[in-house]
Design a protein. Sequence first.
Length: 91
Amino acid sequence: MTAATIAFPAARDVGNVRDVAAKILDEADDRQADHYRLQVTEAIVRQLDRIGIPAHERDEQLGAFWQAVQHEMIRQCFARIASGNDPRGTA
């Protein structure tokens, strides 16, 4: 009998998805946002590798996580504009 390790899907961790999306939107420029994305990706990969998730499943989870982050970023952008807190200003 073998045991299977089941990881909680990163894309379903709503708190983390919201936090990452907000931090990316708040970065000063694309270079800093890209660096943060790389840090988050490396952390998730380390976590999944540590518990023995196969590479193909890890890649699927990473893709789903970043898709969830992208959707959350869009939601947050619309929410900021609707509340009058548009980071682009009025110029």
